[in-house]
Write a new protein. Structure first.
Length: 474
């Protein structure tokens, strides 16, 4: 038996139809499972409707009894307040009968429709008998009302209501039992499908193991080494993932520090080199005028090139670390940024800036946030007016708000490739704050950030500053 099984596994292993057959079996099991699920879902929906129909039947019996009880109380006491439950029961019975009729009509249940018609006729007759007795009592004919009650018509109709309701309930119970059986069948089919897929998976595993055992001893040793290394790598991956998450947070906060460091290096080192080169060209100019006047034009071109290099260095430094923020502080830097933006786009930019207690890194985050918001407004908003606010909130936070009256957009349809806002959101979160974007087409955009301030007793540390470069020509 074992040899035959091994031979069969070997033939399946070498067969070109093994994998397509396994895929076909998996697809068939998937189709069966989905069909069973759909069938079970439809059956459960029917069971819910049947349960609602059963509740309506119980309600009809209960409300019929309530109406009869209220009518008896009115006949005995003559007090109109006893009629309130009777009138409410009449309305409830009308609605319940109508809902039941629609339910049976949608299902096309002819036997239930027949019983429902009989139930409806009994309820109408019963309510008519109750209404007639009430009318006689109101007309001052209590004896006639009592005579109508004693005639027994209402009792017969009530018995008929109970009888037809119980028949309908029995029919509904049969339907519910049939539905439960269908659900159980669907679950059984799913169990069979899972068992079949498990058997196929085990067969595929056996084939794989059979093929693995056919490898050489050296390959087996390598496989064991790879398995051990895989386990070790999984542990390392988990450890490295945690480290990288922490590193990403650190890099986000350290990036601006690195940019500031690079800006200072460019300012000190490259600035010194370019300034020294300009001084040398200035010293060479008088001597060349005496010795080689024809080289003065080239010296002037060299001076212009050095000036362009100094201007490029200034632009790079300004992009890496805004000098206005380093030298003047956050509020003047925002004022300058807003004014330059308004002059460049020729639109009014209103500012409302209050002193806040923020760390240098948080101040730079605010500056970059406003810078990114103004850049997006210039690219996409088509705004006619912009407002920039920096205020302290009642709960001790710094609130930054950039508002425009442009064309707006749908934040849910924001392009995945636009990482500016995502980066700002991460930077604000790294400072312990939160960022909110509100916009809709045609309604403008509002970008709001909340950042925690430093305690009042702790003054904000002064940001590192770079000495301003001389802009005077040599």
């Amino acid at each position: 038996m074992k040899n035959r099984l091994s031979a069969l596994l070997e033939r399946l292993q070498k067969s070109t139809f093994a994998f397509p057959l396994a895929v076909l079996a998996a697809a068939a099991m998937l189709v069966i499972s989905e069909a069973s699920y759909s069938r079970a879902q439809d059956t459960l929906a029917d069971l819910v409707q049947m349960g609602r129909a059963r509740l309506l039947l119980y309600s009809i019996m209960a409300r019929s009894a309530d109406a009869e009880t209220a009518q008896r109380g009115f006949l005995l006491t003559g007090k109109p307040e006893y009629l309130a439950p009777y009138e409410e029961a009449a309305d409830d019975l009308s609605r319940a009968l109508k809902d039941l009729k629609n339910h049976y009509a949608e299902r096309g249940d002819l036997s239930a429709q027949r019983l429902h018609r009989q139930l409806e006729e009994a309820v109408i007759t019963k309510m008519g008998e109750l209404a007639e007795a009430v009318q006689r009592q109101r007309a001052g004919r209590p004896d006639a009302a009592l005579e109508l009650v004693q005639a027994g018509l209402g009792r017969d109709q009530m018995d008929l209501i109970r009888s037809r309701s119980e028949e309908l309930l029995h029919l509904q119970n049969q339907r519910v039992a049939s539905g439960r059986s269908q659900v159980y069948d669907a679950l059984l089919l799913n169990r069979i499908g899972v068992a079949a897929m498990t058997a196929i998976s085990l067969l595929a595993l056996a084939m794989f193991l059979r093929q693995s055992r056919a490898l050489a001893a050296q390959r087996d040793e390598q496989a064991r080494a790879i398995a051990a290394e895989r386990d070790q790598l999984e542990w390392e991956v988990g450890k490295r993932t945690a480290e990288l998450t922490e590193l990403a947070t650190h890099l986000q906060s350290a990036r601006e520090d690195e940019r500031n460091h690079l800006a200072r290096e460019l300012h000190d080192e490259l600035g010194a080199l370019l300034t020294a080169a300009k001084l040398e060209t200035a010293r060479l100019k008088p001597r060349l005028a005496e010795l080689a006047p024809d080289l003065l034009e080239r010296l002037a071109h060299l001076t212009e090139t050095l000036n362009s290099g100094i201007a490029l260095k200034r632009r790079i430094i300004e992009d890496l670390r805004p000098s206005s923020l380093s030298n003047l502080g956050l509020l003047p830097a925002l004022e300058i940024q807003a004014r330059e933006f308004g002059e460049r786009l020729e639109i009014p930019v209103h500012t409302e800036l209050q002193p806040v207690r923020l760390s240098p890194r948080a101040e730079l985050t605010v500056y970059r946030l406003v810078q990114e918001a103004l850049t997006n407004i210039a690219k996409y908003a088509k705004a006619r007016e912009v407002r920039v606010r920096l205020v302290s909130t009642a709960d001790g936070q710094a609130r930054v708000e950039v508002r425009d009256d442009g064309q707006g957009f749908d934040p849910q349809a924001q392009a995945r490739s636009s990482h500016g806002l995502v980066g700002m959101r991460y930077r604000v979160a790294a400072e312990g704050g939160s960022l909110k974007l509100s916009s809709s087409p045609g309604q403008g955009t509002v970008l709001t950030a909340l950042l925690p301030q430093l305690p009042a007793a702790e003054p904000a540390p002064a940001p590192p500053s770079m000495a301003p470069e001389s802009t005077e020509p040599l």
